[in-house]
Write a protein that binds this ligand. Structure first.
Ligand code: ADP
Ligand code: 5GP
Length: 210
């Protein structure tokens, strides 16, 4: 079977619990690497450059675009966000399953470039719970919360383009489901064409012996 890691994209409404899920997934299982994105948004309290994001000015970000250093980038509520290429490639090569926690436009661009990418969409059990989580997190102003909720209504329309929907109700259940889905992709026929060719060739020896 292939030693290369899988690429999985996790998207979902702001406040759905993506960050919380990612943190728990990485604590619980050691086969994953989480890509750290570049962004022009300001750090939230407690966020560190190089850990949650690489924080850049608009000019620095535009330079990354010019250098073709990003797999994809998108604008989300007035800021740029993008996925640095080199880290993702290195981790996949090392056999890690790499997760990109990115919004929908970026997710679709990645799928177009790399069609084997698995697209996962995380949602809370209800819209009411989404609002409660976003307000409860207390990291955005009421105006930003309102624009993120408006954006959620647009984002919902893209859910049918994803491969799997994950309802983040009980956190541990959702983390385990995500792990099982990603791991099962290692066994798809599409991801094992070299192995299939090899074993087909090997067993053909038996037919010749008849
Ligand atoms: P996102 O990264 O999708 O914007 P966060 O991970 O920041 O979302 O979660 C938003 C809020 O919801 C946080 O306050 C977090 O603690 C809470 N939260 C996340 N998952 C759950 C869950 N399964 N049940 C209840 N609250 C949750
Ligand atoms: P936040 O500001 O809440 O950290 O992120 C806002 C949105 O940007 C989230 O939907 C998050 O998934 C998305 N995002 C984070 N990094 C990237 C990235 O590298 N590319 C794209 N396209 N979206 C990203």
């Amino acid at each position: 079977m292939s030693d290369r890691g899988m690429l999985a994209v996790v998207s979902g409404f702001s406040g759905a619990g993506k960050g919380t899920l990612m943190k728990r997934l990485l604590e619980k299982y050691d086969c994953y690497a989480l890509s750290v994105s570049a962004t022009t948004r300001a750090p939230r309290d407690g966020e560190e450059h190089g850990r949650e994001y690489f924080f850049h000015t608009k000019e620095e970000f535009e330079e990354l675009i010019l250098q073709d250093a990003l797999i994809e980038y998108a604008k989300y509520v007035d800021n740029y966000y993008g996925t640095p290429k080199s880290y993702v490639e290195k981790q996949l090569e090392a056999g890690k399953d790499v997760i990109l926690e990115i919004e929908i436009q970026g997710a679709l661009k990645v799928k177009e470039k790399l069609p084997d990418t698995l697209l996962l969409f995380v949602t809370p059990p209800s819209a009411e719970e989404l609002k409660r989580r976003l307000e409860g997190r207390g990291t955005e102003t009421p105006e930003v919360i309102a624009s993120r909720l408006r954006r959620a209504s647009e984002e919902a329309k893209a859910m049918p383009l994803y491969d799997y929907i994950l309802v983040n109700d009980d956190l541990e259940t959702c983390v385990d489901q995500m792990h099982e889905i990603i791991q099962s992709q290692h066994n798809t026929v599409a991801n094992n064409t070299s192995f299939i060719e090899k074993i087909t060739d090997e067993v053909s020896v038996f037919a010749k012996g008849e």
